[in-house]
Design a protein around this ligand. Structure first.
Ligand SMILES: *Cc1c(COP(=O)(O)O)cnc(C)c1O
Length: 362
């Protein structure tokens, strides 16, 4: 049997033509027409004020935090149950991550836990739309308003996700996306930063490009970075945006096939809760019994099916450890498995994966 990976990008449409255009024109570095075309199409799709491209989703977060002036002495509230980049980039600014617990139903950060983590030093909340399900943006935006906090959305896993019809990334002061090879749309490596207004957007653009003065060559008036995306990456990204509706549609269908195919087992699929569009970056299952998790993954691996465990809670990791208990984050993290989630997964392959999971419980 052909092994089934967790992810494989769908590189269709104009991707080869656009990349060849970069090569034949010589515009292979971080200047070229595909960069503004990708940025503008991306901002239009999401319904954002503006967007600036960067070299990956991690530096996108770092750039957003730096542009918002977050640094030493500040606390940023972040879910412990997230990918490490959310926490590392807070640490890289000199600020302190303060961990919030998650909700069992959606896997997203718990607004009540955020509220109880707010102190006089809290500067911002980082909401992470994990595995493609949006966070409760009404509750989080309300907390920010009430307490005068900045809001950053980590949308790395949530391209195509909507809260009450509005695309994620349009609620925060700043928002970031990742285009890593296994994300919903990809540029190989790549990322995007959205900002709430022109001033912040301009700060992001300058910070990502060595802080060069707009009217004096080689004059740099701020400590800055080189976080630029290449024209080749943007060419891939633009081609991905042109086929994104099909990618999203096929991922929804896939999630539906898993939902129907796994009914009646001692587990649940990660379904949409409330008035949201879940983009199903990862199709996940959450087992009733954490003790079965590794054995089920082993059983799937023996049948040629690759999976991933849920992220371990970051507050337990050595370099960012906190002596607190976050019972929901710890529990869901120990019970979750990401199943193969790529849009080209066939009905036959999905049926085979469901059958292998069922055989584990028989
Ligand atoms: C993928 C991811 C990132 C980082 O993106 P890279 O492009 O891999 O640097 C950040 N946050 C979350 C939640 C992610 O899943």
């Amino acid at each position: 049997m052909e092994p089934i990976p967790v992810y494989r990008p769908r590189l269709t449409g104009n991707v080869v033509a656009y990349v060849n255009e970069c090569l034949s024109s010589g515009w292979i570095s971080s200047r070229g027409e595909f960069i503004p075309r990708f940025e503008n199409s991306f901002a239009d799709y999401v319904g954002a004020f503006g967007a600036t491209s960067v070299s990956n989703g991690t530096v996108a977060l770092h750039l957003a935090l730096e542009a918002l002036g977050i640094g030493r002495g500040d606390e940023v509230i972040v879910p412990s149950f997230t990918y490490i980049a959310s926490v590392n980039t807070i640490l890289q600014t000199g600020a302190t991550p303060v961990y919030a617990d998650s909700l069992e139903a959606t896997l997203q950060v718990d607004p009540l836990s955020i509220a109880s983590a707010i102190t006089p030093r809290t500067k911002a909340i980082m909401a992470v739309h994990l595995y493609g399900h949006p966070c409760d943006m009404d509750a989080i935006a309300n907390l920010c308003k009430t307490h005068g906090l900045l809001l950053i959305e980590d949308c790395a896993e949530a391209f195509g996700s909507r809260w009450r019809g509005k695309h994620v990334g349009t609620f925060g002061d700043a928002a970031t996306f990742s285009f890593f090879g296994n994300k919903t749309i990809t540029t190989g490596e790549g990322g995007m930063v959205l900002a709430r207004d022109g001033e912040l957007m301009e700060r992001c653009r300058r910070l990502k490009s060595q802080g060069v003065s707009p009217d004096r060559e080689y004059w740099h008036d701020m400590l800055a970075f080189n976080y630029r995306m290449t024209n080749i990456q943007a060419a891939v990204g633009l081609s991905q945006l042109e086929v994104v509706e099909e990618i999203l549609r096929d991922k929804w269908k896939l999630a539906e096939r898993y939902r129907d195919g796994l009914l009646g087992l001692p587990l649940r699929t990660h379904d949409a809760v409330g008035e949201v569009t879940h983009s199903h970056w990862m199709c996940s299952i959450i087992l009733d019994d954490p003790k079965e998790r590794d054995a089920l993954r082993q059983h799937l691996a023996e049948n040629g099916i690759e999976t991933r465990p849920f992220f371990p809670p970051t507050h337990l990791m050595p370099h960012c450890r906190a002596e607190i208990s976050l019972p929901v984050a710890e529990s869901i993290s120990s019970r979750g498995i990401n199943l193969p989630s790529f849009p080209d997964l066939t009905e036959g392959q999905t049926a085979r994966i469901c059958a292998v999971i069922k055989s584990f419980y028989d």
